[in-house]
Design a protein around this ligand. Structure first.
Ligand SMILES: [Zn+2]
Length: 347
């Protein structure tokens, strides 16, 4: 459940549950092929958020392999499509890696640069200031889900009067303990949370977690348990309805071409899921990903050059990238507002 700058990918690193494949009927993988996909992949036949099997559209990922760190992981023979749910507007992959399989991928790279990307440091001061405005109390108990090294908790503590500072993650990083002043809950957000204090929080934060969910229903049920009535849930995740996925196709979007991303939210899908699970959306805006907001001028210039080349010819771009030893995935526009921040209030 965790992710990009959070180790929630690492989360998956510890997954070890059995993974039954789900028989598919979405035209991507025949039901009988689901067995052939085991134990590495599982077919997703229905929208994981609302259960609908009505599709707005489907597009196949253009790749034959996922690339994770320096490892190439072949896609299943049936390929992977990104499906849009006709009912709630969530986009989801037709085939996802079984959690234990994904965990094994993460495990191989956990101590390398791949693991490091989830431990990049980020500035959460603007979000903490926003939460102080949205919350009915300026001194709130906070749990950061996918807390990684604890940057958010550290900044909350340093921003004035702070309440409990807890974390839920699959891995407890040593640096986190310096900033923890509450409890640490081990686990995945989309699995039943077992051992915890049972004392609900005023605020839960989830940065780069929601795109990793296999089971949004369980995640929302956990959030309802973890947060008190009128408490807040602050989410940042990719926006499948933003300009780049709309312009070039969501299956071309670099964000969809990551093995650890399974679902792609938009304002409509997130609102529908929130309401279904007893939350109101009290705030929602489109933002750049936090790593984009903190880029150096040099890296920004390089990315702008890539974006220009991609716009000129997105078909030639992968070949050009190959000459430079790169994979040729769609570049990430440094100024694209391709993420959503949403704040939910529990009814
Ligand atoms: Zn749906």
């Amino acid at each position: 459940m965790l992710l990009d700058n959070h180790i929630h990918s690492s989360t998956a690193a510890l997954r070890a549950r059995a993974q039954p494949a789900v028989a598919g009927r979405d035209g991507v993988a025949a039901p009988e092929s689901a067995d052939a996909l085991q134990p590495w992949w599982r077919v997703v036949a229905r929208c994981p958020a609302c259960g609908s099997d009505r599709a707005l559209g489907r597009g196949p990922l253009p790749d034959r392999c996922y690339v994770f760190a320096d490892e190439r992981i072949p896609l299943p023979d049936c390929g992977v499509t990104v499906t849009g749910c006709a009912d709630c507007k969530l986009h989801y992959k037709s085939v996802v890696p079984a959690p234990a399989f994904l965990a094994s991928v993460f495990r191989r790279h956990f101590d390398t640069g791949a693991g490091g990307k989830w431990l990049e440091r980020h500035d959460f001061a603007p979000e903490i200031a926003l939460l102080r405005k949205l919350s009915d109390t300026p001194r709130f108990d906070l749990i950061d889900i996918g807390a990684a090294g604890g940057d958010l908790l550290e900044q909350y503590a340093g921003s004035g009067a702070a309440g409990r500072r807890s974390a839920l993650d699959v891995v407890r990083y040593p640096r986190l303990d310096e900033h923890l002043d509450g409890e640490f809950i081990t686990g995945f957000l989309d699995e039943p949370v077992r051992a915890w204090s049972g004392v609900p929080y005023d605020v839960a934060t989830l940065f780069d977690v929601f795109e990793h969910l296999y089971d949004p229903g369980t995640a929302f049920a956990n959030l309802r348990a973890l947060v008190r009535q009128d408490g807040l849930v602050f989410i940042e995740t990719g926006n499948g309805a933003s300009y780049w996925p709309r312009r070039f196709g969501i299956e071309q979007w670099w964000y969809a071409r990551l093995i650890e991303h399974h679902v792609f939210w938009c304002r409509e899908a997130l609102t529908a899921a929130a309401i279904r699970h007893g939350f109101d959306v009290v705030f929602c805006r489109e933002v750049r990903h936090k790593s984009r907001r903190e880029m150096s001028a040099g890296n920004t210039a390089v990315d702008l050059l890539k974006v220009g080349l991609y716009r000129i010819s997105r078909h030639a771009y992968p070949r050009l990238a190959t000459w430079f030893g790169k994979e040729g995935n769609q570049p990430w526009h440094p100024f694209a507002k391709d993420h959503l921040q949403a704040c939910l209030r529990k009814r």
